[in-house]
Design a protein around this ligand. Structure first.
Ligand code: FMN
Length: 342
C-alpha cells in the first residue's frame, strides 16, 4: 500500500475529514465537533512549520544517519509519538476508538515508536487500550483529561497496574469543558497542587500536555513533570492562540533541560520533526494524520505513514549534516523572512 492509496481509501470511509493530500487544517476548517479547530488554529500550527526551511549543508562524514531516540530508559526508532484522540466519533458514526487505539499501537510497536491514547468519555476506551498495551508490549502513554481529581486517580489506579510507559494529564482540555461541564464530563482547570496530588499516585514518568507559555512550563515542573508537551490541542481549545512552533523556543529555554520537551500541532513530515528538534524539542507528536491513515489502511496504513516520516527525517538529517539526533542544531534551519522566500 502506498501513502497515496491510504489517503484515497480514507476518503471513502472517514467522516468530517477530507483526507487532504496534506493535513493542513483547511479542509476541516473551523468545524467542531469534528476533527477541525477553533478560528483556524490547526492551520496556524501547520503554517508555522512551513515558514521554517532546512539549510542544506552536506559537509559531514558519509556515514549512516541514526534516528535512535532514548526516553525514560527505553530506546525508540525515532523521536515521534502518535497523538491521543479521546473519541473517534469525531470521524465516524460508530465509536471505533478501541479499534483505532489497537491498530495504532500495533503499528507503533512494529515501527518502534511511542503511542499515546486518550481516555475519551466512553467507559470501554481505557480498558480497551490497556488490553492492547499488554497484547503488543508497546510503549504507550494514557493521556488523561482534566476531570475531577478523584476520577483521574481512579483511572490512574488501573493504569498503574498496566505496562503503560508513562502517564500524562492534558491540562488544556479545560477549554473543552468551559461551556458545558456536563457534556464534557466535568473537565476543568488544574493547579500545581492538583498536579502534585496526581503525580503522587503514579510511579511512572509523569507528563503534562497542553503547555503554551514559559510560566506554565515552570509550574508543570514545580508539580513534578518529567516531560511537558507543548500543545494547543491542535487549535481546538481557543481561537487566536499562537502556533506551537512560535512558543516552543521560549518554553525550551524555560525548561532548560530539567524535563523532556515534546511538541505537537501541524507537524506532518520528517522534515517538520527535524525542525522541531532544531528549535530545541526532544521529540514530536503527530495526531490527526494517524486517524486518516488508520481509516485508510488500518494498522498497515499507519505503518506506511510512519515509514514515510522516518524516510523524510533521515533525508533531512543527511542533507543538513546531522548523523544523530544530538547533531541537530538551531543553525540547521532558517526562517522565511523576505519576498524571495514566499
Ligand atoms: C478529534 C481530536 C480529538 C482529540 N482528542 C484528544 C484527547 O482526548 N486528549 C488529548 O490530549 N488531545 C486530544 N487531541 C489533540 C491531539 O492529541 C493533538 O494535541 C493535536 O491534534 C495537535 O496535533 P495535530 O496537529 O498533529 O493533529 C485531539 C485532537 C483531535 C483532532
Amino acid at each position: 500500500m502506498t501513502y497515496q492509496e491510504v489517503l484515497e481509501n480514507a476518503r471513502k470511509t472517514i467522516k468530517n475529514c477530507k483526507a487532504c493530500p496534506e493535513c493542513n487544517g483547511l479542509g476541516c476548517g473551523g468545524t467542531m465537533p469534528g476533527p477541525g479547530s477553533k478560528g483556524g488554529g490547526a492551520h496556524e500550527n501547520w503554517k508555522a512549520w512551513r515558514n521554517i526551511r532546512l539549510n542544506i549543508d552536506t559537509f559531514a562524514p558519509n556515514t549512516n544517519v541514526d534516528t535512535t531516540f532514548r526516553l525514560f530508559g527505553s530506546e525508540f526508532s525515532m523521536p515521534l509519538m502518535t497523538g491521543p484522540i479521546g473519541t473517534l466519533l469525531q470521524y465516524s458514526d460508530t465509536d471505533v476508538t478501541v479499534d483505532f487505539n489497537d491498530g495504532v499501537m500495533k503499528a507503533a510497536k512494529e515501527h518502534g515508536i511511542i503511542n499515546c491514547f486518550g481516555d475519551g468519555l466512553a467507559p470501554q476506551t481505557v480498558p480497551g487500550a490497556l488490553a492492547s498495551i499488554e497484547k503488543y508490549g508497546v510503549a504507550s502513554v494514557p493521556v488523561l483529561n482534566p476531570m475531577p481529581n478523584e476520577s483521574i486517580i481512579r483511572t490512574m489506579e488501573a493504569v498503574e497496574k498496566s505496562s503503560a510507559f508513562a502517564v500524562a494529564v492534558v491540562v488544556d482540555s479545560a477549554g473543552l469543558g468551559i461551556w458545558n461541564k456536563l457534556g464534557s464530563g466535568g473537565m476543568g482547570s488544574k493547579t500545581v497542587d492538583d498536579l502534585k496530588l496526581l503525580k503522587s499516585h503514579t510511579k511512572k514518568p509523569f507528563i503534562v500536555k497542553g503547555i503554551m507559555t514559559a510560566r506554565a512550563a515552570e509550574l508543570a515542573l514545580e508539580a513534578g513533570a518529567d516531560a511537558v508537551i507543548v500543545s494547543n490541542h491542535g487549535g481546538r481549545v481557543l481561537a487566536d492562540a499562537p502556533a506551537t512552533a512560535a512558543v516552543l523556543p521560549e518554553i525550551v529555554k524555560a525548561v532548560d533541560k530539567r524535563a523532556v520537551v515534546i511538541v505537537d500541532g501541524g507537524i506532518r513530515s520528517g522534515g517538520d520533526i527535524f525542525k522541531a528538534l532544531a528549535l530545541g524539542a526532544d521529540a514530536a507528536l503527530i495526531c490527526r494524520p494517524f486517524a486518516t491513515t488508520w481509516f485508510g489502511g488500518g494498522s498497515e496504513g499507519v505503518g506506511v505513514y510512519i515509514e514515510k516520516l522516518h524516510k523524510e527525517l533521515v533525508e533531512a538529517m543527511y542533507m543538513c549534516g546531522a548523523r544523530s539526533l544530538a547533531d541537530i542544531r538551531p543553525d540547521m534551519i532558517r526562517f522565511k523572512h523576505s519576498q524571495l522566500e514566499r
